[in-house]
Write a protein that binds this ligand. Sequence first.
Ligand code: DON
Length: 422
Amino acid sequence: MRSPIPDYLAEVHDTCGEFLGGAVADYIPELAAADPDTFAIALATVDGTVYAAGEADHRFTIQSMSKPFTYGVALADRGKDHVLAKVGVEPSGEAFNEISLDPETDQPRNPMINAGAILTHSLVRGEDADDRFEHLRQTFSRIAGHPLPMDEDVFTSEWATTHRNLAMGHMLKAVGVLDIDPVDAVEGYVRQCSITVNCRDLAMMAATLANGGVQPASGELIFSRRVVRQVLSVMTTCGMYDAAGDWLTTVGIPAKSGVSGGIIGALPGQVGIAVFSPRLDQHGNSVRGLRAFERLSRDMGMHLMDVTRDARTSLRGSYVTDGDHPTEVHKVQGDLRFAGVESLVRAVSAQPPRASRVAFDLTRVPEIDDVSTRVLLEVIRRLHLDDGVEVLIIDPDHVLGEHGVEVPYARRLHHVGELTAA
Ligand code: DON
């Protein structure tokens, strides 16, 4: 059987290709030379499979889509407190190139607008400008899965015309928030924006964020989960600039756009998506990119705020077995998170155990998060020590204590059938 997913992407590509509105960015002269009709979509899963439609191998400069990754590197290099003391996390409601600071703190409002991105670039570890850039380029390359070169022509073209960004660099220096030379900071930032990628690379980079910082193909841990959480949060509130509210309500995927015509989106735990088409709307976001994301989000139920499943119905049922060793069995179902484990605990603690043995059947539980693990371990401890019952865990896939966590006060069985033998 041929997978229907590439066919679906091809259909989205065909349909969204009909949108011809918008204009190619020309304030960076070299970008004006882009073919406005180029159009690609790529989707990378958190286990490293990439699906693509259109010109997914076409290379272009990463531009502002570099900003979340540089923010991640700065957070990893300096720590959150240091970074937050320099750059805020509030949406600015302004254009990406607004020459502005928060009047109360003299900080750039967030790392996704240019002022914040120039400052974030300065926070990346490195002896000098070359070192900082190379550290970033190499990290971006590890995230994409192969070496990413810089486009010298685009760099030269932007560097010769980047007066607004230089104004921001000098402003940051003047108010005392930028520690390095302002010209170095802006040059490094423009270099960072001139790193080249294709849609497949970007989808994989977004999938690394979606995968909690682990590059899906290599398995390399690039960013900690805490760093990823910070990056995705800021992408959600500030990634689409002054169109962020519109984007969040219609598409609902943490995202970042770039003036070359790309948009990346990272849906936590599921996929990274990248779309490229150079014609932009008035906010600097790709017109076809927006349409494609709207379609994908709607068709595939990808809106972050969709309340799709009821996490509270974890207890499928309880019964007491017959035989020599009657056992009260609680059948648990679905991923266990706080709301689910709370409902389970409420049901189990509502009345005393109905037998001298209590079993939790976790056969239908794919995953238990940290808080649910802690709560379940405490329930087991209390059942054993306070109520004096023997506790059994039917856990063939080792979902409880998956990461080497001990499960004291309970005996593990591999199959519900073992209850009669046990
Ligand atoms: O600094 C600039 O203006 C460009 N290097 C990047 C701007 C950008 O990509 C804005 N995104 N939509």
